[in-house]
Every structure is written in structure tokens, then in C-alpha cells.
Write a protein that binds this ligand. Structure first.
Ligand SMILES: NC(=O)c1ccc[n+]([C@@H]2O[C@H](COP(=O)([O-])OP(=O)(O)OC[C@H]3O[C@@H](n4cnc5c(N)ncnc54)[C@H](O)[C@@H]3O)[C@@H](O)[C@H]2O)c1
Length: 264
């Protein structure tokens, strides 16, 4: 028996990466999880979870399109009756220095990272208000909120924006028994991050990964299931008094002030 038995959870961007880890752990705690992603692979990912004996379903949807999102959420409600947990996780990134950015890239990143989160929340929230219950978890990032990197201006903006949404909505949602929290991961080993390593050092991506891990006090990147553990906690009854907060999960990566330059 899990502490999320009987709960209905929706996780966006769950065909792979953090969303996959979140969906798996929520389901391991007993929730029925609907994986939402625009990638065709979402079906196989849901099947994989079912093979593990977990309760999983899937919908294909582009979260940046409000009409698609509304249709998807209405359809989930029709089948499952309510949504107790929403993990707004789908996100994209492009590393481009500010002077080289164009409007198309800006709108692409805003479209998924800001509008996508807004769209899903907008569609699910009225159903949660009706139930007087809900747990909304938003994947922000340490990027933009705590630290920055080259080529991340637009991505950083979006992660700050969704953190602000979590706080502002938490304030309004409290009287309806709905909590809203943001999680701020550091480096998590996902297909996206593996691609970053491969792009930066095509001849030795694993070496790039090891060097990244060298800057993290806990000595390794986060596993997607460890993000799932945090999401499951925030979705659980143990977190019923936690709302409007930001939870950093970075293995201590944002702690260093000088990156040991003073000891070099
Ligand atoms: N990996 C990290 O180190 C890290 C750190 C901090 C924050 N994040 C955030 O975590 C989230 C997931 O990152 P990840 O590393 O797992 O990425 P990923 O690229 O491995 O997976 C993202 C998933 O989102 C889906 N997706 C993208 N656009 C979509 C859209 N318009 N509609 C529906 N689905 C869409 C993709 O198909 C994919 O399955 C993102 O919001 C990202 O910004 C990641």
C-alpha cells in the first residue's frame, strides 16, 4: 500500500527524463499516473510502467497549445473523474548567447516553459477547486533563480516566471485546499543533459559528465527517480502544510562561491 493510493496524477513531459522519474515514483506510491507528452514515445513509456505492475495511462499533447491542453484535461477528467496531482514538468532549452537569440527561439522556449505550465494549470485548476483538493508541482530550475550560465537568458527567465506563478497561485489556491510548489533541480542525468555533454565534448561525453559531477559536492548528478521522490513527498499528506515554496534539489551544486579557484 502506498501513501498515494487512489490518487490521480498527471505528469507532463514524461516520455523521458525527469517526467519519467516523477511518473514512475508517483505510481510506485500507488497513484494512477497519466503521462502527458507530445512525443510519440509517451505510449511506450506508459507501457513500460505498466509492465512494472504500475497504474499508468498516457495522452499525447503539446502543452504549449491551450486548446490541445484543454481537450486533453477534459478527456482525462471524463475517464478518471478528477486530477489530484499535477506535475508541470515539460520544458525545453536552447543554449544561445543573448546577441544571437531570435524571436523564434524566444517564443519556442516561452511557449513550452511558460505558456505550457500556464495552460496545464489553467485547465486543471478549476477541477481541483471543485474537489477542494489539489497538489500542483512545477519544475523550475536552479538556473535563473539561483545561478546562471552562458546562453541561458531566455531559459532562465522562464524558470523564474514559473517560480513566480507557483508563489502567486499558492496564495490564491490555499482556501481551496490546493498547494502549489516549485522544485528547482540542479544537474539531473536525463537525455537532455546527456545531449549537452555530447555536444560539448563529442569525443568523450562521459568525461564531460564526470567533470560536471566534479563540481557537485555530492559527487554525482541527480537521478530522475530522486526528483520523483521529492515530487511524491510534495504530493503526499506529509506535505499538506507546504505551499508557495521553492525546493532546491541539486546535491549542493549551487553552494560553491569560488569553485576552489582560491585553492588553485
Ligand atoms: N535535466 C536537468 O538537469 C534539469 C535541471 C533543472 C530543470 N530541468 C527541467 O526539468 C524539466 C524536464 O527536463 P529533462 O531534462 O527531463 O528534459 P528532457 O528533454 O529529457 O525531457 C523533456 C520532455 O518534455 C517533452 N516535451 C517537450 N516539449 C513539449 C511540449 N510542447 N508538450 C509536451 N511535452 C513536451 C519532451 O518530449 C520530453 O519527453 C524541464 O522543465 C527542464 O527545464 C531539468
Amino acid at each position: 500500500m502506498g501513501n498515494l493510493d487512489g490518487k490521480i496524477a498527471v505528469v507532463t513531459g514524461s516520455a523521458q527524463g525527469i517526467g519519467y522519474g516523477s511518473a514512475k515514483v508517483l505510481a510506485q506510491h500507488g497513484a494512477t499516473v497519466i503521462l502527458v507528452d507530445f512525443a510519440e514515445a509517451v505510449k511506450d513509456t506508459a507501457e513500460e510502467l505498466k509492465q512494472m505492475g504500475l497504474k499508468a495511462d498516457w495522452r499525447r499533447c503539446d502543452v504549449s497549445k491551450l486548446d490541445e491542453v484543454q481537450e486533453t484535461v477534459d478527456d482525462i477528467i471524463k475517464q478518471y473523474g478528477r486530477i489530484d496531482i499535477l506535475h508541470n514538468n515539460a520544458g525545453v532549452n536552447r543554449r544561445v548567447r543573448f546577441e544571437d537569440l531570435d524571436v523564434k527561439t524566444r517564443d519556442f522556449i516561452f511557449g513550452v516553459n511558460i505558456y505550457g505550465v500556464w495552460n496545464m494549470t489553467k485547465a486543471v485548476y478549476p477541477y481541483m477547486m471543485k474537489e477542494k483538493y489539489g497538489r500542483i508541482i512545477i519544475t523550475s530550475s536552479v538556473t535563473g533563480v539561483k545561478v546562471v550560465d552562458e546562453g541561458q537568458t531566455t531559459y532562465a527567465m522562464t524558470k523564474g516566471a514559473v517560480l513566480s506563478l507557483a508563489k502567486a497561485l499558492a496564495y490564491e489556491a490555499g482556501p481551496y485546499g490546493i498547494t502549489v510548489n516549485a522544485i528547482l533541480p540542479g544537474w539531473v542525468r536525463t537525455p537532455k543533459v546527456e545531449q549537452v555533454a555530447a555536444d560539448s565534448r563529442p569525443e568523450d561525453p562521459e568525461g564531460a559528465m564526470r567533470d560536471m559531477a566534479g563540481f557537485i559536492p555530492l559527487g554525482r548528478l541527480c537521478r530522475v527517480e530522486e526528483i520523483g521522490d521529492l515530487v511524491a513527498f510534495l504530493a503526499s499528506d506529509d506535505a499538506k502544510y507546504i505551499t508557495g515554496t521553492e525546493m532546491v534539489i541539486d546535491g549542493g551544486s549551487t553552494l560553491p562561491e569560488t569553485f576552489n579557484i582560491l585553492h588553485a
